[in-house]
Design a binder for this molecule. Structure first.
Ligand SMILES: Nc1nc2c(c(=O)[nH]1)N[C@H]1C(S)=C(S)[C@@H](COP(=O)(O)OP(=O)(O)OC[C@H]3O[C@@H](n4cnc5c(=O)[nH]c(N)nc54)[C@H](O)[C@@H]3O)O[C@H]1N2
Ligand SMILES: Nc1nc2c(c(=O)[nH]1)N[C@H]1C(S)=C(S)[C@@H](COP(=O)(O)OP(=O)(O)OC[C@H]3O[C@@H](n4cnc5c(=O)[nH]c(N)nc54)[C@H](O)[C@@H]3O)O[C@H]1N2
Ligand code: SF4
Ligand SMILES: [Mo]
Length: 707
């Protein structure tokens, strides 16, 4: 008799929300196999190699299971009770002595993939009473939120490409074949891209690297780093010049069209081609194809966001989609309507909080409840009123993920007190006084609150925990409740996440309390473990716009006023002869940011952290395949093997992000054996998109020499 059982859930590592099927033995808590769930209505059996590692994280001997405290002679296990009491005491004492803002909070990427934390973090941050909040959003997608806020009325009203119905997809600065899509939840994205081609459509990629996505595209245009805003302006110029502007059903719902026309006059292809590295003809053809296609969508992501002009890029991407008649229509840029609708009850016309506060040291804007991470080290290290004296990091590893990570490590080391809520003793958490480990992955229940909001199809799915946590373990949200209670006397989230989910599902657009025949509630999701399909994306504007005017604001002055900064770049590009190369990042199929490298099956094989450099540059510097090279910047240097390839532009070099695990004092034994170095040992914290405060990783000026 076999006791092998089957469990269905969503993988929550990345944004793709793949459904997986897990065979396991209940009694011994042993996992037999992990496969794609063919009956998931959204992912239809797709998954990537990382999902297999969910087993590794579950079984990982290095994973922390109880709170640990730093003592004179090393780390020691302590009880939850003691941990909360000491944290409560320290945080309160520091905030009483130096003010509420003396506590800093950093939230990392896995929070967005964590059901409980998606709900508890807002009230938790509020309970802590500090404005000094930071997150990986500002080393990633903040420009998207700023553009949506100003143009559509809410930072979370973000358009996604209707990839399954489009005839023409222009991908700028994204590599979804490897990343599996971002701000575009589309499990099995490779199939979705090739389906465009099979139905006679076209995919064009604009990227300084010939990525895996570029390789399957119909056309790849190499672009010089950080020049995307110029390309977008020029495409917009061509569409006006050719009289091809049409707004479709939004013709009465757009403000600022004349301002855009006026502004775009300055950017004919002839004026920008040389700077961006794309020919006049190619720009003109691209504009003609985009406006001539039955339906088309421009999708721009990381490459057009983590750069000095991220704000401009995300603004202009929306403009391009609007003026080609591809906004809020099938095959264009559309708005998901999730069952748990984050925008439920939001009313139009709320004044923006953008820049309501400025960071103390670098005067960077506060937005979406946070300051830019690029300025965190300064806020800790610069003495004076309002200095951060204590920190809590929650599911984040900014020592490896933030610009000038080494300096941030030193800053953490200088704090009076630091707490990390994390599953590993790693490059960031090693600076903490107390580490609080949460349950993770298969031990947690899951509902993707955020990524259903960015999905290319409306679906809903709840995952129960596969294995009940042990008596001694706590979920992330319970830990944060424990801290809030110790500091304020009250939990931050007084209800269980499941209760809130059930209530939101019922009150949502497909809920029991609506006239939708879906009649969704938690019970129904539990009865449908493969997930429920809620249909393709539907046009929903102008009804869902949240701007005060009720229209799309095409030309907010915030963006228009940022153009002179861009123009300066054309007139006088600042190239430091000491750092003549432009460094960009790349993602790897088998690693996820900084934290999956302790899975032996994901990291086996040779060191993937190489410097990609063009043969012309390698020749000039006398660098051969595999030779060790030094990459240096004013901030620091790293040494790694060269990979000579014409997959990168001349003058551009590329390194994987998310590595650098051989630091002393960490306890990720598999990861520590990896030779990969951290790209953020050379990126600079003063390189930001000054408009949005987002880190500008792309195009970091570096020098290269043989080691
Ligand atoms: N140069 C360069 N830098 C980059 C990027 C780049 O492309 N180039 N990419 C940027 C992007 S897009 C992002 S999102 C950021 C990511 O930046 P971060 O969010 O700071 O980095 P992560 O690697 O996601 O850190 C995850 C942390 O959460 C912990 N963790 C994992 N699961 C759980 C859990 O269930 N509970 C808890 N409590 N902890 C958990 C891990 O151990 C790890 O410490 O990096 C950014 N940095
Ligand atoms: N396997 C894997 N998947 C992941 C992750 C991972 O670490 N590993 N991380 C997840 C996270 S947190 C995120 S945010 C998403 C990101 O997903 P994507 O947005 O697809 O990001 P990347 O894969 O980094 O691709 C960004 C591309 O921009 C290009 N680029 C760099 N500079 C410029 C520029 O100036 N202009 C243009 N046009 N392009 C430029 C780079 O060459 C790169 O190909 O991926 C997620 N998925
Ligand atoms: S693509 Fe993302 S969600 Fe899908 S299996 Fe891979 S890591 Fe998990
Ligand atoms: Mo990210």
């Amino acid at each position: 008799m076999s006791d092998i059982k089957t469990h269905y859930r969503n993988c929550n590592i990345c944004e793709a929300m793949c459904g997986i099927e897990i065979k396991y033995k209940a009694e011994s808590k042993e996992i037999i196999s992990i496969k794609g769930d063919k009956n998931d209505p959204f992912s239809k059996g797709h998954m990537c190699p990382k999902a297999l590692a969910l087993q590794d994280f579950y079984e990982d001997k290095d994973r922390l299971k109880s709170p640990i405290k730093r003592m004179a002679d090393g780390w020691q296990e302590i009880s939850w009770q003691q941990a909360f009491a000491e944290i409560g005491e320290k945080f309160s004492a520091i905030q009483n002595a130096y003010g509420k803002n003396a506590l800093g909070i950093y939230l990392g990427n896995p929070n967005a993939h964590n059901f409980g934390n998606s709900l508890v973090l807002k009230p938790f941050s509020k309970a802590m009473g500090t404005l000094n909040r930071f997150s990986s959003a500002s080393t990633d997608q903040m420009p998207h939120h700023v553009a949506a806020n100003y143009m559509l009325g809410n930072g979370m009203l973000i358009p996604v490409p209707d990839i399954d119905r489009t005839d023409f997809m222009l991908i700028i600065g994204a590599n979804p074949v490897v990343s599996n899509g971002s701000m575009m939840t589309a499990p099995g994205v490779l199939n979705r891209l090739t389906a465009i081609q099979k139905r006679g459509g076209k995919v064009v990629v604009v990227d300084p690297q010939r990525t895996k996505t570029a390789k399957i595209a119909d056309q790849h245009l190499f672009i010089r780093p950080e020049k995307d805003a110029l390309l977008l302006l020029s495409l917009i110029h061509c569409i006006f010049a050719n009289n091809q502007v049409h707004l479709g059903h939004l013709s009465d719902s757009v403000n600022g069209l004349a301002d855009i026309e006026q502004m775009a006059k300055d950017y004919p292809p002839e004026a920008v081609a040389e700077h961006i590295g794309i020919s006049v003809d190619d720009i003109k053809t691209l504009a003609a194809e985009m406006s001539g296609a039955e339906s088309a969508v421009c999708y721009s992501r990381m490459g057009a966001s983590t750069q000095s002009f991220g704000g401009l890029c995300q603004w202009l991407t929306i403009v391009l989609n609007v003026i080609t008649g591809n906004f809020d229509r099938e095959g264009g840029a559309m708005f998901p309507l999730p069952a748990f609708n984050l925008l439920r009850g939001k009313t139009a016309g709320h004044p923006t909080n953008f820049g309501k506060y400025q960071s103390r040291v670098q005067k960077m804007p506060f937005f979406n409840g946070e300051f830019p991470t690029a300025t965190l080290a300064d806020e800790i290290l610069t003495e004076g009123d309002g200095q951060i004296k204590a920190m809590i990091t929650i599911a984040g590893n900014p020592v490896l993920s933030a610009p000038d990570g080494q300096k941030l490590g030193q800053a953490f080391q200088s704090l009076d007190f630091m707490v990390a809520v994390d599953i590993y003793l790693n490059e960031t958490t090693k600076h903490a006084d107390i580490i609080l480990p949460a349950t993770t992955g298969l031990e947690n229940s899951h509902y993707d609150i955020f990524f259903h909001s960015f999905a290319v199809r409306n679906t809903a799915k709840y995952s129960a925990p596969l294995f009940e946590k042990t008596e001694h373990q706590l979920a992330d949200w319970e830990i944060l409740n424990g801290i809030a209670e110790a500091v304020t006397g009250k939990p931050a989230l007084p209800y269980a996440p499941e209760m809130i989910l059930d209530m939101e599902l019922k009150a949502g657009p497909y809920g029991k309390e609506s006239d939708s025949e879906q009649a969704l509630d938690l019970e129904k999701l539990k009865a449908n473990p493969h997930g429920i399909d809620l249909g393709s994306l539907q046009p929903s504007l102008p009804k869902r716009l949240l701007t005060a005017s009720g229209k799309i604001e095409l030309a907010p002055s915030l963006f228009i006023n940022d153009l002179p900064r861009l123009n300066k770049l054309i007139l006088s590009p600042a190239i430091d002869p000491h750092y003549p190369f432009e460094l960009i990042s790349r993602r790897l199929v088998k690693s996820h940011n900084t934290w999956t490298q302790n899975s032996a099956r994901l990291v086996k094989g040779k060191n993937p952290v190489t410097l990609e450099i063009h043969p012309t540059d390698a020749d000039k510097l006398g660098i051969s395949q595999g030779q060790l090279v030094v990459v240096s910047s004013p901030v620091g240097e790293v040494t790694l093997p060269a990979s000579v390839t014409d997959d990168v532009l001349v003058g551009v070099v590329s390194m994987p992000q998310g590595w650098g695990h051989n630091q002393a004092g960490t306890q990720m034994t598999t990861a520590a054996t990896q030779a990969g170095v951290s790209i953020n040992d050379v990126t600079a914290a003063d390189r930001v998109d000054v408009l949005t405060g987002n880190a500008a990783f792309n195009g970091t000026p570096v020098a290269i020499r043989a080691a």
